[in-house]
Ligand binder design. Structure first.
Ligand code: NAD
Length: 253
């Protein structure tokens, strides 16, 4: 594995244009559980996955009440960025980061200091709400205050519609402009670094194929196997918090 670490580190040190794709695994060290890892939310409770669709949320008031209970108690509100987030800030400062594509909805990349213009949130953010009827956006804190004051399913203050976090649930399409910019970043890199993602959700996972087809080297850092390990130049299985600072270490100076 020492040889693999060295090979990843070499590829990243030599690359002039690096695009990074992150998933829930970069935030587990910050106390936010992933979905499909050994301690994942869906691994522990498969029922939760079945209740994560847009249609269930829209049509079932009980699903919304449960969602608001879980949002109010979510570890994201007190989470702090960790060493993996910091290593990616250092990479950006080296001037070679094309874009940071994230499936995460926790805004910890921005909290660590990654520039908001370079972070593409493929699956949206938990830090805002969006109305399913009039599409009005507002800070999540406003809705959570109403939940704390006793509302179990706070409606949109403008039109009375259903409020949801501004995240992409199963059954919802990604933002076309965000996806277009993400594809461009995957096409325009020498190395695509995929970190902490099981690469099981499309179209996000397909960005690895886009980069590989454009002849980028793919480096994967993830504790468990992914469907893209075969096309990767290097696969590293260690803990992200230790591995990422090591392979990006040469990139920060
Ligand atoms: P996932 O749960 O499917 O996969 C995470 C992967 O990271 C797993 O394979 C796991 O083995 C690995 N991993 C976890 N911690 C690790 C560590 N410390 N070191 C090495 N590997 C580690 O996550 P995904 O691929 O991002 O897909 C889940 C979906 O759920 C995403 O679309 C995302 O929007 C959402 N989600 C987001 C968050 C967040 O914002 N932090 C958390 C959970 C889920």
């Amino acid at each position: 594995a020492a040889a693999d670490l060295e090979r990843a580190s070499d590829l990243l040190t030599r690359a002039e244009r690096i695009t990074v794709l992150t998933g829930a695994g970069v935030s587990t060290d910050s106390g936010i559980p992933d979905f499909r890892g050994p301690q994942g939310v869906w691994t522990r409770n498969p029922e939760a996955e079945r209740l994560s669709t847009y249609q269930d949320y829209r049509d079932d008031p009980e699903v919304r009440r449960e969602s608001w209970r879980q949002r109010a108690a979510h570890p994201v509100w007190s989470a702090r960025p960790g060493p993996a987030h910091d290593a990616l800030v250092a990479l950006e400062r080296s001037g070679r980061l094309v874009a940071l594509l994230t499936q995460n909805i926790d805004e910890l990349h921005q909290a660590a200091g990654s520039s908001p213009q370079r972070v593409l949130e493929l699956h949206g953010t938990m830090h805002h709400t969006e109305c399913l009827s009039c599409a009005a956006r507002a800070p999540m804190a406003e809705a959570l205050e109403r939940v704390a004051a006793g509302e179990v399913d706070p409606p949109c203050p403008h039109c009375g519609g259903i409020l949801k976090s501004a995240t992409i649930s199963f059954g919802q399409a990604l933002d076309v402009e965000v996806l277009r910019r993400a594809r461009d970043a995957a096409l325009g890199c020498d190395v695509l670094l995929a970190v902490g993602t099981s690469l099981g959700v499309h179209p996000a996972a397909g960005l690895v194929d886009v980069a590989a087809a454009a002849r980028a080297d793919v480096v994967i850092v993830n504790a468990e196997p992914t469907p893209y390990d075969d096309i990767a130049s290097v696969v590293l299985r260690g803990g992200i918090g230790e591995v990422l600072p090591r392979i990006l270490g040469g990139a920060s100076g």
